[in-house]
Ligand binder design. Structure first.
Ligand code: 2HA
Ligand code: ZN
Length: 281
C-alpha cells in the first residue's frame, strides 16, 4: 500500500492542497511566497498514525512556546516550497509535524520528503494558532499567509493603522463587515520569519482574525479552509475595490457615494453582529 496516497486521500489533506492551488490561481503566491498550516483533529491524527514514518525526525526547537499546543499535530507547507507545486507532489511540498510535550519543538512524522522542513513562518503560524485556539475555544484550525497584490499596494499609500484600514475595507463592499466584524490588524514593516514578527502578529490576533503585514501580505485564521480562504479573498477583493475607486476619484478618499457609519450599524443590527465599536464613528 502507498502510505502517501492514504494520507493525501484524507479529507483534511485534500482541503489543504486545494487551498494551496486556489491561492496560486489567485496570484497570491509568486515563487515560494505564502504558507499554510492546519491543526489536525484527534480523529485525523488517529486515521493517519498508521501511515506516519516508522522513524520520526529529530526534535527541532522553535524559539517560541505554547502550552495549549503541547502534543498537537500540524500539516504544514515546506520551507522554500512553491504553492504552485503542492498539488503535483503533496508528500514533498507539505508534511505533518508533531509538537513535543513541552510545546516548544516539532518533529516530522510524514512528508517534506528529501530533507524538507516546515515553512520559514512556522514560529508565526504556531504562535498565531496558540492565540486563536485560546480566543475561539479551540475552534481555530487554519492559519494562512499570502501575498495578495491589492492589500500590499494599499500599505504603500495608507496610514498603517487598523482603524483606517478596517473602515476603508468595510466601506468598500457591503458584506465585509459581516465577514470580519472585528476588523483587521496592521503590523508595521518588519523582518519576516522570526520571533519578533510572530509576537507582533499574535498581539493583534487576540482581537482580529486577520492581520496585514505592511509591504508583505496578510495572515488570516479560521476554523476551516473555506473560512480562512474566504476571509483572505474578501479582504483582498475589498482592497482592490478601494484602490480602484481611489484611482477613479483622483486619489481622493472623499467618494461621491459610500457606505455610511449608520449603514454599517444597520447591517450589524440586522445580522446580529458583534462589531468592533471602536472602528465606527
Ligand atoms: O516565502 O511568504 O513570509 C514564504 C513567505 C515568507
Ligand atoms: Zn510572506
Amino acid at each position: 500500500m502507498d502510505k502517501n496516497k492514504v494520507i493525501e486521500g484524507q479529507q483534511f489533506m485534500q482541503g489543504f492542497v486545494r487551498l494551496c492551488s486556489d491561492g496560486w490561481l489567485q496570484g497570491w503566491h509568486e515563487r515560494n511566497g505564502g504558507n499554510l498550516t492546519y491543526r489536525l483533529t484527534d480523529a485525523e491524527v488517529a486515521a493517519c498514525k498508521p501511515y506516519f514514518n516508522e522513524t520520526p525526525g529529530e526534535w527541532v526547537n522553535m524559539g517560541v512556546q505554547a502550552d495549549n499546543l503541547r502534543g498537537a499535530f500540524f500539516a504544514t507547507t515546506r520551507s522554500g516550497g512553491y504553492m504552485r507545486n503542492v498539488a503535483v507532489d503533496p508528500a514533498r511540498n507539505t508534511g505533518i509535524v508533531q509538537i513535543n510535550d513541552a510545546g516548544d519543538s516539532w518533529r516530522i512524522v510524514w512528508g517534506l520528503e528529501d530533507g524538507g522542513v516546515p515553512t520559514s513562518e512556522f514560529p508565526s503560524h504556531f504562535m498565531n494558532h496558540s492565540v486563536r485556539v485560546d480566543v475561539t475555544d479551540g475552534a481555530c484550525r487554519v492559519i494562512y499567509h499570502a501575498h495578495p497584490d491589492n492589500i500590499i499596494a494599499l500599505t504603500k499609500v495608507m496610514p498603517l493603522d487598523a482603524r483606517e484600514f478596517t473602515r476603508a475595507l468595510w466601506k468598500a463592499m457591503t458584506e465585509c463587515i459581516v465577514v470580519f466584524p472585528m476588523g483587521v490588524g496592521v503590523v508595521p514593516w518588519m523582518v519576516p520569519g522570526g520571533a519578533d514578527i510572530a509576537h507582533a502578529t499574535c498581539d493583534l490576533m487576540k482581537k482580529y482574525d486577520a492581520a496585514i503585514w505592511a509591504q508583505h501580505g496578510m495572515f488570516v485564521s479560521g476554523p476551516d479552509f473555506d473560512n480562512a480562504f474566504g476571509l483572505m479573498h474578501t479582504i483582498e477583493k475589498a482592497a482592490a475595490i478601494h484602490g480602484h475607486a481611489l484611482m477613479m476619484n483622483n486619489n481622493s478618499g472623499d467618494f461621491m457615494n459610500t457606505i455610511t457609519d449608520r449603514g454599517l450599524r444597520d447591517i450589524a443590527r440586522d445580522f446580529k453582529l458583534t462589531v468592533n465599536e471602536e472602528f465606527l464613528d
